[in-house]
Design a protein. Structure first.
Length: 391
């Protein structure tokens, strides 16, 4: 067996209504003053209300930073870290999607160390201490609550990652009730993001390992069986729970067997055109899978058994086709937009996208099939034509 390492949070609480029990977790750290990192959409939807009330009832002081925006820019993170330092906060709590959780991870770190954000982009450069950190996801989702990763948009519209075990939280607290009101289009996009995490972890070239494989398979099973239900009936708590569990397991998988070309090609779309992360992934995914197919056929055939159990394919080649076709069908059924044109991207933009995607070397090294600039450009061109060009 191949040697491997595996990292995950020491503590996970998964329970409907868990956000009402936040105060006890905070008291474990003797914290007297908490910074809540969130965004206005999440707070406006009332998703932080129970936690805020629980902290007030326990006599714990609270400072709220609700200025997180999607694909958090570096200046927002720096402003939140400054607030954290100036208020004498001793624990960071985040309730929100990946954007809020990623911001909180870096705030907890930057508030405690002299490091500057610019100095810690990359793998393993954040080596200092951080404040205690509790993360509560409201999307299912990025899996950020269990990963050592925070993604930042730089002033030059590049998406850069800080990757360090220091960013794994002390507690991941998962409350499926918080995801019940997630609008259908966000449910679809964030759910596809989670599926991409599972798929890319399962085919990750260098660090794929027996633990990440099991997590990715289970994640993909849960996500593919429930995504259609949550897109049509958002109030189904059991299906929402399965999605939240699936996204967390996918997060654990890709935290240890990193994502690859789908994410590398999605990031420039998010950074330049402000397309939500999950949707950026969904738009390029079928085309990257089609590109990878000649090399990843055997693995995609295994994934066909997960997303389409009982399929009748007679060979690995056929089964890989079944897998890609099912993923395409699932995007269609969840009404995910079909082409790059639908988000305002035109042929003239593809060269810049391909150039920027080639800079995502941290991710591209994990792709099962090597890709160069011209191939990347062609994948974007195929994504401009729509999913039919990949299936
Ligand atoms: N750290 C990681 O491991 C990791 C992995 C993948 C992606 N990411 C990053 O995460 C970010 C994307 O996160 P995301 O997809 O969760 O979206 P998000 O956090 O940007 O939120 C998207 C929108 O959904 C709203 N929202 C969130 N939860 C809601 C709820 N329950 N009900 C109603 N509205 C809700 C928010 O207010 C926001 O407007 C990107 O920056 C991406 O790069 C990080
Ligand atoms: Fe992602």
């Amino acid at each position: 067996m191949i040697p491997f390492t595996f990292q995950a949070p020491a503590n996970i609480l998964f329970e409907a209504g868990a956000s009402r029990k936040i105060a006890a977790r905070v008291q474990d750290y003797d914290a007297r003053h908490v910074l809540l990192v969130t965004d206005k959409g999440v707070r406006g939807a009332g998703l932080t209300r129970d936690a805020e009330a629980a902290l007030a009832a326990a006599g714990i002081a609270l400072t709220v930073f609700e200025d997180v925006v999607a694909d958090p820019p570096s200046h927002v993170i720096e402003a939140a870290a400054e607030l954290c330092r100036s208020q004498g906060v001793d624990l960071v709590l985040s309730i929100g999607g990946g954007s809020a959780l990623d911001t909180a991870k870096l705030v907890a770190y930057l508030a405690k160390t002299p490091d500057r954000l610019d100095d810690i982009y990359g793998v393993g450069l954040a080596k200092g201490e951080r404040l205690p950190l509790l993360l509560v996801p409201t999307t299912a989702g990025t899996g950020s609550e269990v990963t050592p990763i925070a993604i930042v948009t730089t002033p030059t519209t590049e998406k850069k990652g800080v990757v360090s075990p220091r960013l794994i939280p002390d507690w991941a607290i998962l409350d499926p009730e918080l995801t019940l009101g997630l609008p259908a289009h966000v449910t679809a996009a964030t759910g596809i993001d989670a599926m991409v995490h599972a798929i890319e972890a399962y085919t990750s070239k260098i660090k794929k390992n027996p633990m990440s494989d099991q997590l990715a398979l289970k994640a993909l099973e849960l996500l593919s069986r429930n995504i259609r239900t949550v897109c049509t009936n958002g109030q189904d708590l059991e299906a929402r729970s399965q999605m939240l569990l699936g996204s967390m397991l996918a997060g654990m998988a890709f935290a240890n067997a990193p994502v690859a070309a789908v994410h590398a090609l999605a990031y420039p779309i998010g950074a330049i055109f402000h397309v939500p992360h999950g949707l950026s992934n969904a738009l390029v995914m079928p085309h990257v899978l089609a590109f990878n197919r000649p090399v990843a056929e055997a693995l995609y055939a295994e994934l066909a058994d997960v997303v389409k159990p009982g399929h009748q394919a007679c060979s690995a080649a056929e089964a890989a086709g079944v897998f890609i076709a099912e993923i395409v069908a699932l995007c269609r059924d969840c009404q995910v937009p079909d082409t790059l044109a639908a988000v305002g991207i035109a042929e003239k933009d593809l060269a810049k996208l391909a150039e920027d995607a080639m800079k995502q070397t941290r991710l591209l090294v994990n792709n099962p099939r090597e890709l160069d600039y011209q191939q990347t450009f062609e994948i974007y061109r195929s994504a401009l034509l729509g999913r039919g060009a990949a299936a």
